[in-house]
Write a protein that binds this ligand. Sequence first.
Ligand SMILES: *Cc1c(COP(=O)(O)O)cnc(C)c1O
Ligand SMILES: [Zn+2]
Length: 410
Amino acid sequence: MGKVKILKCVSCGMEYEPETLDYVCPLCGNIKGTMDVLYDYESIKRVFTKGELKKSKEYSHWRYLPILPCESEFVPSLVVGFTPMYKSERLNRYLGVKELYIKDDGRNPSGSLKDRASTVGVAKALEKGKKIITAASTGNAAASLANICATVGLDCRIFVPASAPAPKIAQLLVFGAKVYAVNGNYDQAFDLCLVATEKLGWYSRNTGFNPYLGEGKKTVVLEIMEQLDWRVPDRIFVSVGDGCIISSVYKGLYDLIQLEWIDKFPRIFGVQAEGSAPLYKAWREGKSLCEPMVPNTFADSISVGIPRDQVKALRAVRKTNGEYVAVSDDAIREAIKLLARYGGVFGEPAGVACFAGYLQLLESQSIDKEERVVVIITGNGLKDPQGATSGVSERVINIDPNFESLEKVL
Ligand SMILES: *Cc1c(COP(=O)(O)O)cnc(C)c1O
Ligand SMILES: [Zn+2]
């Protein structure tokens, strides 16, 4: 038996042996029937200690392997995770706050946090002897999967909305994935991918469907806590589309509490774009499920109308006394500039939405300036340069190749 003890349905609580199930709870189905991956924490606690971790020379997210659902012989070798977290003095001073930390997860191999999940998805595919892995994606999950697959030679089939930004499609093609650009939005691409999974027997890396992906994503918060020397922050801000990252942040903290490495949750804040905010609405209205909507935001990675991990995503905020926040596209544009110009971190629109949410709460004075806050920048700005520069009014200055020409415009 592996390290995973049971898969537990987040809605009905039914428990399954990990060998008996690949995806969602058969009783509850897609969306409602997402699974929690639970471990034998008592056994893990005996061998995995803070002291052991401190000695580890594994400078990647595999340093947390004892609390991940993978066996070492199947883990891809690409270095994922171990990304920097900054307490930027200049940004803190500008905002007049004491302890704001920026976790720069755009520094992963494919440029987004998704790599943390793809490695686990690929390891699981290899362990299960699957030959083809598939994913639907707004772009980053796919680019990430293609990247990781290239390191192990796994056949990778991708469904993306035809509108995905060109740099993300470029990554897919360069890494050698087979790409199906769907004439429709992400939600439609997702549904088609599920049909292909079922009819063709491909292994699905889909978010909110494959229970192991969140286990990979939770390493971001394990790292944050290690970087903070296990001092629990007051708040963590996360951008939210499908709700898998925010659920994983909750799950990572849950695991740390089970291991007794920390003794409480920080408050978790989920930030959505106003034009794509079904979780924000469900949370405000006290609902247990989201009303589907047609998403409309330039932050493509969180342009999601049917959040696939919604049950867990609502739990993450409700159980930690957090909140959902909705921000305008213009607020995201401003936040991108502010983060880049005062913190030196260039994030893609979805990656910086959480920072825009933080700024919104800071302005409305609902955050105390003394609080310890972590903002997770989930994707690199080079993923969508057009989106990133859409809020920048400065233009390049065209000159001829001589000094007089330069002098004229100084
Ligand atoms: C996928 C993604 C998100 C949202 O994650 P969900 O799990 O879909 O909520 C946010 N930012 C970036 C850059 C992403 O790629
Ligand atoms: Zn169930």
